[in-house]
Design a binder for this molecule. Structure first.
Ligand code: SAH
Length: 240
């Protein structure tokens, strides 16, 4: 087994945070698996290890609270799970990778498209100053908002809406994460990305090969794009 970075080992050791949480050992095992996988995918991602802050967030957020009751036994397996309405909560490794690529820091204001269960938003809230998240399926949007409130994620604002258009009132954003696959990068999201900001988005036709893209906007507004990994996401619907 790989040796974990000290900060992560410390977070695991202080799982006393969740002393009453029977899932804590499974969550720790999930985080170790993510660490092992990040090492295997280093050539593609350019990241042998995800930031310690990202791994600590993965240790802290109770994924089992974000899946339907009958999926709870599988909540810490490193795979996507159904959350109803034909949608899925993303694979934990992918959540960690996207969060790492977005380089979210304490002062950042982040936009997420595709709230789904609210899990990715909770991970972002562990790292950022504020998180805005949009979901197009009404019952999922309502459930996620209720869940995030109940679990104390007060930095997250979640609402129903078409994420293709973004959420211009709170932008521009330091980071934008899109958790559904688009056929192209939505221009409104590019417009709402701050100079110096990062967008992580899967792009490709539904059910065909999609690629996770990291798009960086330089200080002068110019864009650079890196294709990171082939991925499979549910489609981004709505939009133009
Ligand atoms: N981030 C989620 C996983 C989301 S799956 C989590 O952590 O659980 C992708 C989600 O994107 C689905 O819930 C889907 O309904 C939503 N979605 C698809 N198209 C959208 C759009 N145009 N605007 C907002 N949400 C959208």
């Amino acid at each position: 087994m790989r040796i974990l970075a000290p900060a992560i080992a410390l977070a695991l050791a202080s799982a006393g945070l969740h002393a009453d949480d029977q899932f804590a050992p499974l969550r720790d095992a999930m985080v170790r698996e993510i660490a092992a996988m990040s090492s295997v995918t280093r050539a593609e991602t350019g990241r042998a290890e995800f930031a310690a802050s990202v791994m600590v967030a993965m240790v802290r957020v109770p994924r089992h609270q974000f899946v339907p009751p009958d999926e709870q036994p599988y909540a810490y397996e490193n795979r996507p799970l159904p959350i109803g309405y034909g949608q899925t909560i993303s694979q934990p490794y992918i959540v960690a990778l996207m969060t790492d690529l977005a380089q979210v820091g304490p002062g950042d204001v982040v936009l997420e498209i595709g709230t789904g269960s609210g899990y990715q938003a909770a991970i972002l809230a562990e790292l950022a100053q504020a998180v805005y998240t949009l979901e197009i399926i009404e019952p999922l949007a309502m459930q996620a908002r209720e869940r995030l409130g109940r679990l104390g994620y007060s930095k997250v604002r979640a609402r129903l809406g078409d994420g293709y258009q973004g959420w211009p009132e709170h932008g521009p954003y330091d980071a934008i994460l899109v958790t559904a696959a688009a056929s192209h990068v939505p221009p409104p999201l590019i417009a709402q990305l701050k100079a110096g900001g990062r967008m992580v988005i899967p792009v490709g036709a539904p059910f065909m090969t999609q690629y996770l893209l990291l798009i960086e906007k330089a200080g002068d507004g110019s864009l650079s794009t890196r294709q990171v990994l082939p991925v499979r996401f549910v489609p981004l619907v709505g939009g133009g």
